[in-house]
Design a protein around this ligand. Structure first.
Ligand SMILES: [Zn+2]
Length: 167
C-alpha cells in the first residue's frame, strides 16, 4: 500500500527511464545501464522522505508501469520471454518481458525446473551470481560505449565475442 504513495511517478519515471536503452525492435529487451548489484540485477535508488530506498531495477520498472500497489510483499517479478537480468521491458500486454506472479507460482516454477534450494545448489548459484554480475556489467559497458550494435545480441545471449574467437 505504502509503495503506491511513495512513488513520485513523474520525477522517478524520468530519472529511471533515462538510464534505459531500448533495442531497435518492439520485441527487443530494454537494458538498464545504471548501477548493477552483485546479483547481476540493476539497482535504482528512489528518493523517499528521509532517505533513499533501493530497488532492483526490473522491479522498479514494474512498479512504475503497473503501479507500486501491485508490488506487494507477496508478488514476485520474473523475466518471462528473456533471461536478461538487466532487462526492464515492462508493458501492458504480450510485449512485456516481465510478468508479475505470486510467490506460490514462483515456487512452482522452481520445483518444475528442479531448482529446489539445498546446500549444493546454493553454493552453485553463488558462483553463478558472480558470473552473472560480470556479464551484466559487460553488457552495460558495451551498450554505453558502442550502442546496440551487431555484436550486442550475442552478448545478451550470454556469449562473449572474445570467447568465440578462441574457438
Ligand atoms: Zn528482455
Amino acid at each position: 500500500m505504502g509503495d503506491a504513495e511513495d512513488l513520485n511517478a513523474a520525477s522517478d519515471s524520468v530519472r529511471f527511464w533515462s538510464k534505459v536503452i531500448r533495442g531497435p525492435r518492439p520485441s527487443d529487451c530494454w537494458i538498464w545501464t545504471g548501477a548493477i548489484g552483485d546479483d547481476g540485477y540493476g539497482r535504482y535508488w528512489q528518493h523517499v522522505p528521509g532517505g533513499q530506498r533501493m530497488w532492483r531495477a526490473h522491479r522498479f520498472a514494474v512498479a512504475l508501469v503497473f503501479g507500486g500497489g501491485e508490488l506487494g510483499e507477496h508478488e514476485t517479478v520474473r523475466h518471462e520471454s528473456c533471461d536478461v537480468p538487466l532487462c526492464v521491458h515492462v508493458a501492458h500486454g504480450a510485449d512485456s518481458h516481465l510478468l508479475l506472479g505470486s510467490v506460490a507460482e514462483n515456487n512452482l516454477d522452481r520445483s518444475r525446473a528442479g531448482r529446489h534450494a539445498n546446500m549444493y545448489s546454493l553454493r552453485r548459484s553463488g558462483g553463478r551470481r558472480r558470473d552473472q554480475a560480470a556479464l551484466s556489467r559487460e553488457i552495460r559497458d558495451h551498450l554505453l560505449e558502442h550502442g546496440w550494435d551487431a555484436a550486442f545480441p550475442a552478448l545478451l545471449a550470454g556469449y562473449s565475442p572474445d570467447q568465440e574467437r578462441l574457438f
